[in-house]
Design a protein around this ligand. Structure first.
Ligand SMILES: Cc1cc2nc3c(=O)[nH]c(=O)nc-3n(C[C@H](O)[C@H](O)[C@H](O)COP(=O)(O)O)c2cc1C
Length: 352
């Protein structure tokens, strides 16, 4: 027997707790009878980072993994067709849920606890149990690999990740998109239910007061002329090198399906980290910029190409990059204080 509309809605509520770049939530849903279609809403993530829609596919992969875990825990099996109209189409998946005995899904209780923690972590080394748990978390996803960098390798990966921030502060498109997605007050966050609440950015009280000034491209340019954009990578370097480990999820291939699988894997690693009491923050902008460099190098200013090549060399030194695999997510992991503010999600519309 298929799931009723309210049961589908409940499962989707868990689905959309998935992470997405700048909390854009690049999805929409359509119900055809009891068939749920997950649609890629291309109007949502228009960031320069979202090269060839790859950031959105990672978010969709995370959403699909949430749907799979939640439906199984709530007593449904999930039959899915991925890209039923082809990879160019907007339908990411069409899904039918059927009643089945509920299964024990250890990651289910962590779907609504997972969050991006942008605060400083305490740098305690990973325990053997945590390392084993994280590495095993993606065994169910064929073609996905997790690599962890600790000790010296972690510092090298930290250096690679931090290169992103200079470009973030100097690229008008990246700047404008980021600042358009910051919600400056609890009221604004509640009104839009997307984007990032300023209180989730891990800023100290002084930074929180100064940050709104950077919204103005003119002021930022002035500050960059006296060295701001060259200093910001140091801050993310310190955050990454002071974590327990840097992690990299890679997937076989580089087509949209590979990024969906990558998103599924990322979600499993992230939920497992939550289960193990570990915080996680994607530090992944550099991977999207590298993807541009490989595929559309003209869209990257010549002054940044050398910097990106250097970041690529550092990533190769920190992790063993597998031939034929694409790095989809770089992140830091560790023990940090629990953020007090959660990011919100838009209400679910199940259009007929
Ligand atoms: C593809 C992708 C890329 C992301 N990149 C970053 C990043 O570079 N830095 C960061 O702090 N968060 C990053 N995030 C996390 C999102 O900003 C976050 O998931 C979103 O704001 C919702 O918040 P939540 O994860 O706490 O639910 C990324 C998430 C995804 C799915």
């Amino acid at each position: 027997m298929g799931a009723a509309i309210e049961e589908i809605r409940k499962i989707v509520t868990y689905g959309v707790m998935a992470p997405s770049g700048d909390n854009c939530q690049p999805w929409a849903f359509r119900l055809k009878g009891d068939l749920l279609e997950v649609i890629d809403d291309r109007t949502k993530d228009t960031s320069f980072y979202n090269f060839r829609n790859t950031a959105s596919y990672i978010a969709h992969g995370a959403l699909l993994e949430n749907l799979r875990i939640a439906s199984s825990a709530l007593g449904f099996s999930m039959e899915e067709a991925i890209f039923p109209e082809g990879e160019e189409g907007l339908i990411v998946a069409s899904i039918r849920f059927s009643k089945a005995p509920p299964k024990n899904e250890p990651l289910f209780p962590f779907i609504d606890k997972r969050c991006t923690n942008r605060f400083k972590y305490n740098g305690a080394p990973l325990t053997d149990e945590a390392r084993r748990g994280l590495l095993a978390s993606i065994n169910s996803i064929a073609g996905a690999e997790l690599a962890l960098a600790e000790g010296r390798a972690k510092k090298i990966a930290a250096k690679a990740a931090s290169q992103n921030d200079r470009i973030l502060f100097e690229h008008r498109g990246l700047h404008d998109f980021l600042f358009d997605h910051i919600r400056w007050s609890a009221e604004e966050a509640e009104a839009t239910r997307d984007g990032m609440d300023i209180r989730t950015l891990g800023l100290d009280p002084v930074q929180q007061r100064l940050f709104p000034l950077l919204k103005s491209w003119g002021i930022l340019k002035l500050l960059n002329s006296v060295g701001l954009s060259r200093m910001v990578p140091h801050q993310s370097y310190m955050l990454c090198s002071g974590s327990s480990a840097m992690g990299l999820v890679q997937v076989k291939g580089s087509d949209p399906r590979a990024f969906l699988d990558g998103g599924r894997a990322v979600q499993r690693v992230w939920l497992t980290a939550s289960m193990l009491g570990l915080s996680l923050q994607p530090m992944t902008g550099i991977l999207f910029l590298l993807n541009r460099l490989y595929n559309e190098s003209d869209s990257i200013g010549s002054s940044y190409r050398i910097m990106l090549k250097r970041a690529e060399a550092l990533l190769k030194e920190a992790f063993s990059l597998k031939p034929g695999y694409t790095p989809v997510m770089l992140f830091r992991l560790g023990i940090g204080r629990t953020p007090r503010v959660s990011s919100l999600r838009k209400a679910i519309e199940l259009k007929a």
